[in-house]
Design a binder for this molecule. Structure first.
Ligand SMILES: [Zn+2]
Length: 270
């Protein structure tokens, strides 16, 4: 599933092809995504010029004068730049045409979203209740300390709650907690100020490293294979059950926490 770093890499990868450009056409081959692509999408967006291309959580916002096109990659989506007349592959559901190039949404599982929001997109129901951005200054040790007070939920679950902080998916929650030396099951309310600071630092570091690792795959956005934005990284704990901890050599443990696979080292994380 694309997580925040993959979405940010996608945003950076497509930005040179769409920023300042005017949308000249929309082709919808299959409107049945997580939410139905509006029937009148072409009428809404054709003629709009993309003034900013932003990311909010895992949404990509094509901000135009009259409103914003909101795109989400869902479980399996990717965007790539193609020639508008090139033959679509299976699961290439939507094209946004910008003159001589087009942005093509490939989404086998169809959990993606392509919607138009008139006016200020931050008030759109999909975006209005999102928590703070983990790479913004709002995600501070103080903030984490405040929102964890009195909370009995495990810290990993809280970290993955998009109403608190957006875009820290399962992989990056596991990795950040390892780096901060914090057990994923620790009650959020028991985090000390010092550990809040360490965790905030670890979350940022993990996401920034993932974005940097994806930077080398930027060229994929214009390649016909379009394996855009996904990249292999050397994880410390994620998907490494029973393998030796890279720090202490103990076996990495796996557990289900709040329906999600959790991986941790019970020596390094307390
Ligand atoms: Zn360890």
């Amino acid at each position: 599933m694309p997580e925040l770093p993959e979405v940010e890499i996608t945003r950076r990868g497509i930005e040179p092809f769409v920023l300042g450009r005017t949308i000249t056409g929309v082709t919808v081959r299959n409107p049945n995504l997580r939410q139905r692509v509006p029937r009148n999408i072409a009428r809404l967006v054709v003629g709009q010029r993309v003034e900013h291309l932003r990311r909010r959580g895992k949404y990509i916002l094509f901000e135009c004068e009259a409103g914003s096109l909101i795109v989400h990659l869902g479980m399996s989506g990717s965007l790539r730049v193609v020639e508008p007349k090139s033959a679509p592959r299976k699961h290439d559901h939507v094209d946004l045409v910008f003159g001589r190039s087009a942005l093509r949404l490939h989404d086998p599982r169809r959990f993606g979203i392509v919607l138009w929001s008139r006016g200020d997109s931050s008030r759109h129901p999909l975006l209005a209740r999102l928590g703070v951005e983990p790479l913004s200054e709002a995600f501070s040790p103080d903030f984490l300390y405040k929102i964890t007070r009195g909370r009995n939920v495990g810290i990993k679950q809280l970290l993955m709650n998009a109403a608190a902080v957006v875009g820290v998916g399962n992989i990056y929650a596991n990795e950040s907690l390892f780096k901060a030396g914090i057990h994923p099951r620790l009650r959020a309310g028991r985090l000390s100020r010092e550990r809040c600071a360490r965790l905030v630092g670890a979350v940022r570091e993990t996401l920034i490293a993932a974005i940097a690792a994806g930077g080398s795959s930027l060229r994929d956005f214009v390649h016909s294979d379009g394996a855009s934005g996904y990249f292999q990284q050397d994880f410390y704990v994620y998907d490494r059950a029973a393998l030796p901890c890279r720090i202490c050599g103990a076996k990495i443990r796996a557990a289900r926490l709040g329906q999600r696979s959790s991986f941790y080292c019970s020596t390094c994380q307390t």
